[in-house]
Design a protein around this ligand. Structure first.
Ligand code: ZN
Length: 478
């Protein structure tokens, strides 16, 4: 739905201008009979004048139009934005023309603003379809080549990718009647060392731009990221180019200058510090290489070595002391054990000795009765038989005449045996009592005579050596 049409006689008509920009009343083309042969300047198809429900005047293609006509394919929103821009340009005192094409056809401006003196031109482009940054830059360059400045305008809620890469703004489309169109992205101010998003009504913005109060300004590398609250949260935006005032552009430059000066000052401070450090290091190196420095190093090394040696000695001493303490402890423990063992053994021996003495006393008390019982086992004839055997053997073996001494008989000192003499010497003991051997240890040095193997056996068990015992195998007659 274009706002422009070609009249067969007066030429170009602009539905947004009074007198259609050609001194022609709207009524001369709207619903006239016979109808005027108006055509589309883009596709040359027939068009007719029409009203929107909100009384916006435009030209509508007749039916059967070529499908590729870009004017016919533009959305209502697109046309409304163009209308709004044209109005704003005219309100600022400039001329506004719609759908202005280059002589060579290399561009067609949606709205071309021309200064009152006709010297300056500025294209206002309503850009709704997606376009790459490269393409929009190329189109901007084509305008620039012909001395035409440009501002690209997007009405989309989401800022397009090219916003801020070329001179551009986003506008907020009014949602209610009477609400103004507003620029809410692409207009910025530099304050306190950073860029801030600013907003303005579209008419105001266009006026400022056309009067040169706003101009495109590139963000310097340190200021390209800008924080903006969106739907209650802060988000980062990348903006290379702003529409901004001379003051803001200068504020950015001076802020950048100061930043660089601070950086340079810091760099110089760092260089001085580095230089001082290098000097100090070189001086120290030189000193270390000098004889005095060498001597001092050797001295320090010696002191270090001495310290380490002392430390090692100290450690060795500690280890030795520890080992000694351990050995002492072991010795003490061993001695204590030995003392304990000896005490136990001594106590045990004392106990045994006491028991032995008690047994001996008991035996001494019972000795007489035991001996009597021992001898009572033999009859008189058996006793005589035994003594005969003793005497006969003494004679046969050694030619000795043995006899019982005059005061002889049983004696306690030979375990109640009967001593027999030969040549006034003790020849042997006859039949000591085995049970009483412990009371007469001296028996061990004498010959002993008993009747038979059984009595010999009893004496052996009582502690006498078998070589000292002689038995005669006399038959037991009892
Ligand atoms: Zn057309």
């Amino acid at each position: 739905m274009p706002f422009v049409a070609l009249h067969p006689e007066v030429g170009r008509l602009d539905a947004t201008q009074p007198g259609l920009g050609a001194g022609l009343e709207w009524s001369r083309v709207y619903k006239v009979s016979p109808r005027v042969a108006l055509t589309c300047p883009e596709c040359a198809w027939g068009v007719h004048a029409k009203h929107s429900p909100s009384r916006v005047r435009f030209f509508c293609h007749d039916s059967g139009r070529p499908p590729e006509c870009s004017l016919a394919n533009e959305s209502w929103e697109h046309h409304m934005l163009k209308l709004e821009m044209a109005g704003a340009i005219r309100a600022a005192g400039w001329f506004a023309e719609l759908e202005v094409a280059a002589a060579d056809g290399s561009w067609r401006a949606d709205v071309m603003a021309v200064s009152p003196d006709g010297e300056r031109r500025m294209a206002w482009e309503a850009q709704l379809s997606p376009i790459t940054v490269e393409d929009i830059q190329a189109r901007t360059d084509r305008y620039t080549a012909e001395g035409v400045t440009v501002c690209w305008v997007s009405p989309h809620r989401r800022p397009p990718v090219w916003l801020g890469s070329v001179p551009s703004v986003r506008v907020r489309v009014p949602e209610e009647d009477g609400e103004p169109w507003a620029v809410d992205d692409g207009l910025g101010g530099f304050d306190s060392g950073r860029w801030l998003f600013q907003e303005a009504e579209l008419t105001q913005f266009v006026r400022w731009v056309l009067r040169g109060q706003l101009r495109p300004c590139r963000s310097l590398p340190h200021h390209r990221q800008v924080l903006r609250p969106v739907d209650g949260e802060s988000r980062w935006f990348l903006r290379d180019l702003w529409w901004t005032s001379r003051q803001s552009a200068e504020a950015q430059s001076s802020h950048e200058r100061e930043r660089r000066q601070r950086e340079e000052a810091a760099r110089q401070r760092e260089a001085r510090r580095q230089e001082l450090e290098d000097t100090s290091r070189a001086r120290r190196k030189a000193w270390l290489a000098s004889p005095a420095g060498q001597k001092a190093q050797r001295r320090r090394q010696e002191i270090r070595n001495q310290k380490e040696a002392r430390k090692r000695e100290q450690k060795a001493d500690n280890r030795r002391a520890q080992a000694q303490a351990q050995r002492d402890e072991e010795v003490a423990r061993h001695r204590a054990e030995v003392r304990e063992r000896r005490a136990r053994e001594f106590a045990l021996a004392q106990e045994r000795e006491a028991q032995r003495r008690a047994a001996m006393q008991d035996l001494e008390l019972r000795a007489h009765a035991v001996a009597e019982a021992w001898w009572a086992r033999l009859s008189r004839s058996e006793v005589e038989e035994l003594f005969r055997a003793v005497f006969d053997t003494a004679w046969k073996r050694e030619r000795l005449r043995a006899r019982i001494p005059k005061a002889g008989g049983v004696t306690a000192s030979f375990a109640y045996g009967i001593p027999v003499h030969a040549f006034n010497r003790l020849y042997g003991i006859v039949r000591p009592c085995p049970e009483l051997l412990p009371l007469s240890p001296q028996l061990a040095y004498h010959q002993v005579f008993v009747r038979d193997a059984r009595e010999a056996q009893a004496l052996e068990e009582g502690g006498l050596r078998s070589t000292r015992i002689t038995h005669f195998g006399l038959a037991d007659r009892s």
